[in-house]
Design a protein around this ligand. Sequence first.
Ligand code: CP3
Length: 362
Amino acid sequence: MFASPTGAVVHYPLILKRFMENSSEYRFIKACRGEPVDKTPVWFMRQAGRYMKVYRDLKEKYTFLELCKNPELACEVTLQPLEVLGVDAAIIFADILLPLEPMGTGLEFSAGDGPVIPRPVKDRKAVEKLMPVNVEEQLGFVADAIRRVRKEIKIPLIGFAGAPFTLCSYMIEGGKSRDFTTTKLMMYDAPDVWEMLMDKVCTMLVDYLKMQVSAGAQALQLFDSWVGCLGPNDYEKYILPYSRRVFEGLKDTGVPVINFSTGTSTMLDLVQKAGGDVLSFDWRIQMDTARALLGKDQPVQGNLDPVTLFAPLPVIRERVHDILKRSGGKGYVFNLGHGILQHTPVEHVKAVVDMVHEYQHE
Ligand code: CP3
């Protein structure tokens, strides 16, 4: 027992509870839970990165992987966009591909080609050789970065990982892909190998994301960036059960989990079935059409085309207002449908934050 600031003697668990409840007072967390908010919360996928000069300056001295693996630097990069933009949430600076190194495939980032996986996983033998990950030991630098960021900020911090499909597609293709032929053929030719691979990845993902929550992440996002390359039949058969396993495995963390995908407008009902508290989709569907399909109680995120941020401000304003109007104002987190692009003008990103915060719902 000890004295609270008001002089009343309180029990420690009460203080702890109040501290935890505070995190649900953030408008971002409230919107994720479908609760009423004073203003629509807004953050941006890839809000830290090359479109910002401070980030480019740091990249003169360090490689991308060095930034990710050094908690002090990862913390610094996470903080870079926050004050400049005035967003309602931070996202830890890391990459969805970091767990591939401890699994044994290797990971490199080349200047022109993006990520390269030197030992791709193309057959049963390669899947069998994948190593279980001790997340605390091998990916503990992400937890360290999360702990550092939490000490510095008063807005919620989002942790993240790649969704099983998107992660496996990199492991199988060995890098970026246009048609995902090798990945799809593993599903069709060797469904038992596909199952073994997804099983290993799901186990790692649940451990990894739980570690992020233990370190202080107040929400999570699962990135299924490329799952839109599949038709609904394949999604339902080969992906949905595994994504669902990850969402189910995270339920006891108590934090809201965002199910992000792109190119899935024609199968949002299936994506919803996979799980997650918030559904994040791209610009290929109108916000109100999606809400009608998903039900008004389904919290949602996203919808602005990242290319819109290059347009003149009046065009941006018209698009932002249109989305907000169609969103109905409740259970909605403003965001892009995909990450900020490299040469996006910072002033336009900042202007969007103000447009969202100033918007009055009728
Ligand atoms: O959002 C944030 O600010 C947090 C940081 C973050 C990064 N990657 C940093 C990054 C997040 C959330 C990611 C997720 C990620 N990484 C995804 C899912 C989101 C999406 O965009 O679809 C994917 C598919 C990856 C894999 C990846 N990492 C790719 C394809 C690339 C190359 C991209 C490019 O533009 O060249 C990366 C590298 C990467 N991840 C960069 C950053 C800032 C650029 C690295 C650099 O500075 O050169």
